[in-house]
Design a protein around this ligand. Structure first.
Ligand code: DX5
Ligand code: ZN
Length: 219
C-alpha cells in the first residue's frame, strides 16, 4: 500500500489570503494542495480558474491537485495544465469523450484522474484504467465544503481498490468530502490512500494539529 497523502482543499481557505494559506498549510504538513474548480453549471457554485492556480503555483512546494467540477472539460483541463497543475481530475459524466480527455491531460504532462459522484458507478474505469493515474471517489455531492460523509462511498472505495490492484498500475485512490480525523481511518481501511479535507483543516484553529490528528488516526 502506498504512503498516505493528505490534500487540504482550498475551498475552505480564506480566499482573501490564498497565497499565505497555501504556505501555511504546507508548513503544517499538507502533502498536496487540492484545488476545487466549480463552474456554476456542472455544480451550483463558482470558485476559481487557471489564473488563480498560476498565481498560487509559486507559493506551493507540493503538487497541486486540481479537481475540475466543470462542463465541458477539455479547454479548462488544458488551461490548468499550463497553469501549473500536477494532477487534473474530472467527472466522466461531464464530458462525452473521457478517453480523449485523459489523453489530453497526460499529453500536457500532468497525471490524470477520474472523479465519481456518490451515485455514479465506476464502470468507465474498466475501459480507460490504462490511462488513469488517480481515482477520486466523492463522499459528498460536489459543490460545497462542510457536508456530511456519505457512507456508501466506503463500498465504492473498496471496489475501486480491487480494480486498481487488478490493473497492477500505480494509481492513487483519493476520497473527497466530509473527511475528518474521526472517520479517516475507516476510509483508509476501505482502501483509500489519499484524503481531501477542506473544513476539517481550514476550519481548525491549528492546521498542524488538524493534519497531525489525521496522521495519528492513520498510523
Ligand atoms: C466538494 C469538494 C471538496 C470539498 C471538501 O465539492 O470537491 O473538495 O472542498 O470539503 P470538506 O472536507 O469540507 O467536505
Ligand atoms: Zn474536491
Amino acid at each position: 500500500m502506498p504512503t498516505h497523502r493528505i490534500a487540504p482543499s482550498l475551498l475552505s481557505a480564506d480566499f482573501a489570503r490564498l497565497g499565505e494559506e497555501v504556505r501555511d498549510v504546507i508548513a503544517a504538513g499538507a502533502d498536496w494542495i487540492h484545488f476545487d474548480v466549480m463552474d456554476n453549471h456542472y455544480v451550483p457554485n463558482l470558485t476559481f480558474g487557471p489564473m488563480v492556480c498560476q498565481a498560487l503555483r509559486k507559493h506551493s512546494t507540493v503538487p497541486i491537485d486540481v479537481h475540475l467540477m466543470v462542463q465541458p472539460v477539455d479547454a479548462l483541463a488544458t488551461a490548468f495544465a499550463r497553469a501549473g497543475a500536477d494532477l487534473i481530475s474530472f467527472h466522466p459524466d461531464a464530458g462525452p469523450h473521457v478517453d480523449r480527455t485523459l489523453q489530453l491531460i497526460r499529453a500536457e504532462g500532468c497525471r490524470a484522474g477520474l472523479a465519481f459522484n456518490p451515485a455514479t458507478p465506476l464502470d468507465v474505469l474498466e475501459w480507460v484504467i490504462d490511462k488513469v493515474d488517480l481515482v477520486l471517489v466523492m463522499s459528498v455531492n460536489p459543490g460545497f465544503g462542510g457536508q456530511g460523509f456519505i457512507d456508501s462511498a466506503l463500498r465504492k472505495v473498496e471496489r475501486a481498490r480491487r480494480l486498481i490492484d487488478a490493473s497492477g498500475r500505480d494509481i492513487r485512490l483519493e476520497v473527497d468530502g466530509g473527511i475528518k480525523a474521526d472517520n479517516i481511518r475507516r476510509v483508509a481501511d476501505a482502501g483509500a490512500d489519499t484524503f481531501v479535507a477542506g473544513s476539517a483543516v481550514f476550519g481548525a484553529a491549528s492546521y498542524a494539529q488538524a493534519i497531525g490528528a489525521m496522521r495519528s488516526a492513520l498510523a
